[in-house]
Design a protein around this ligand. Structure first.
Ligand code: SAH
Ligand code: SF4
Ligand code: F3S
Length: 475
């Protein structure tokens, strides 16, 4: 039976996991739409429920299984509903997905997103359950440009752009290299073409994505590297802001540090996971740098760009982490004073090297350490945010604030959220705000009066023109 025979072609995507997954889901939405399916944001209307999964920690996997259980009830009510599970957990569990969640019709791995329409057809034609978890040399969907078509239709001035896939680092705790395959960079010309297309659609800010973006270019036939790619992107006119995530401390070269001083569009923020503050733990994690290396890189970044915001990932309770090692992590935090920190309790993942490590830290102790660490970070985040009170900052306006639709919200170049009162017309524009308040998760600002706005388009809608670039708005 062909696809044409099915009247209801609506699909719903639920995404778990990192920004790479968010972007994969955007691409999946495009692939499905091009194959004649129609995306809905309301699961109750969908005949095809696609869950893009993550396997980074066991709690995340548990959460996904619970969610699948809820979708199962949906399917019980309507047997025509198809449930497809894709991405990292699907890749990890493979065929076991069908025994752990037997109501699932379709399992697609991290390299099979471009096959989903065909796999759905097979299920609908009665050939289910079906599975494709092959790890391929080339991933066809990598080249798909999501310009102007970001499934959720929300963030039209910000877009994610994949510059590389996979990971070759094999940190001993991490499943990603097994689930995403070997590291592959995209040719720079293809990336530039995608960003130019995005900018034409009104995108002003891009985030370059990869597990280790600063090793970009390795294995490509062209002579390139991450700083060269950034310089090329910086030359794209009408693009305002460039961000990237994630960078690995071992590959943070002087050339990349200098980019923060010389490339105007590169935002003053770096996410640089350190994972642990003790060399003994870093070695057991196979991270490839020492505490001293990490701190030297932070110093170099701050010398080059004094206002840079620094965020990181850190883990507590890695096997063999002693109270002394944990103190070294806290001391590193005191030394750096991060703007923001994503902290995790070590979670043992099947298939990784660390499974064989002795001296496991009991869960209660891991919890205790996490709590201490998070309290310290809250103090640092608060201090770093407080230091901005009274300063003027540029904010790219996202739109209405989540908590108060009468208010606007946006991000500073240092990636901090600022809420402020202003007209909705400012959405997608960069405004200068004076910071009047600082909290743990956001800042409060006031439009400078009259507000200076860097406007690229539609000047006619804004009051009182001053110069070709600067336009005034009455508060
Ligand atoms: N490629 C990125 C991170 C990808 S995973 C990098 O290397 O920085 C995001 C974060 O999840 C990691 O930085 C790490 O802090 C955390 N993480 C990964 N595996 C984990 C595990 N087994 N247990 C707990 N946290 C883990
Ligand atoms: Fe995992 Fe390490 Fe690769 Fe990051 S660099 S994805 S933590 S193996
Ligand atoms: Fe999770 Fe896969 Fe990202 S395991 S963190 S979704 S790369």
């Amino acid at each position: 039976m062909g696809r044409e025979n099915f009247a209801d072609r609506r699909f719903f995507i639920h995404t778990f996991g990192c920004q790479m997954n968010v972007h994969d889901s955007e691409q999946l939405a495009n692939i499905m739409t091009e194959a004649g399916y129609e995306q809905t944001q309301d699961v109750r209307q969908a005949k095809i429920i696609l869950v893009n999964t993550c396997s980074i920690r066991s709690k995340v996997a548990q959460k996904i299984v619970s969610q699948l259980g809820r979708y199962r009830r949906w399917k019980d009510k309507d047997p025509e509903v198809i449930i497809g599970v894709g991405g990292c957990l699907a890749q990890h569990w493979g065929r076991d997905m069908f025994t752990k969640t037997p109501y699932v019709d379709l399992v697609f791995g991290t390299h099979a997103f471009h096959e989903v329409p065909q796999l759905v057809d097979m299920v609908r034609a009665g050939h289910g359950p079906v599975m494709d978890t092959e790890l391929r040399e080339e991933i066809p969907s990598l080249g798909i440009c999501t310009a102007g078509k970001n499934g959720n239709g929300k963030t039209k001035h910000h877009s994610l752009v994949t510059i590389m896939q996979g990971c070759d680092n094999f940190c001993t705790y991490c499943v990603v290299p097994y689930l995403r395959g070997r590291e592959r960079s995209r040719p720079s010309a293809e990336i530039i073409r995608e960003i130019e297309a995005l900018v034409k659609q009104g995108i002003r800010e891009i985030t370059l994505l990869g597990q280790n973006v600063n090793s970009y270019g390795r294995g490509l036939p062209e002579e390139t590297n991450f700083p060269k790619l950034l310089a090329m992107i910086n030359d794209i006119s009408e693009l305002e802001r460039i961000r990237f995530t994630t960078s690995h401390p071992k590959d943070l070269t002087g050339g990349l540090v200098n980019c923060f001083g010389r490339l105007k569009k590169l935002c003053e923020h770096i996410h640089l996971p350190f994972q642990a503050g003790s060399d003994r733990v870093l070695t057991r994690m196979n991270r490839g740098y020492t505490r001293k290396d990490y701190l030297e890189r932070i110093t170099a970044l701050r010398q080059c760009c004094p206002d840079i915001a620094i965020s990181a990932d850190v883990m507590v309770g890695f096997p063999g982490e002693t109270a002394y090692d944990f103190d070294a992590t806290l001391a590193l935090m005191e030394e750096v004073c991060f703007d923001n920190l994503f902290s995790f309790m070590y979670s043992e993942r099947e298939g990784t090297v660390a499974v064989s490590f002795g001296e496991k830290v009991p869960e209660k102790e891991r919890n205790r350490r996490l709590k201490i660490l998070q309290e310290l970070q809250d103090r640092h985040t608060w201090e770093r945010n407080q230091a901005l009170v009274g300063k003027d900052v540029d904010v790219l306006v996202d739109g209405a604030s989540k908590n108060d639709p009468q208010e606007l919200t946006g991000r500073t170049r240092t990636n901090k959220i600022v809420n402020f009162a202003g007209p909705p017309i400012l959405r997608g524009k960069t405004v200068t705000l004076n910071i009047t308040g600082a909290y743990l998760h956001s800042l409060r600002g006031e439009l400078k009066s009259p507000a200076a706005i860097n406007v690229h388009k539609s000047p006619e809608v804004i009051l009182g023109r001053k110069s070709p670039e600067v336009i005034l708005v009455q508060k």
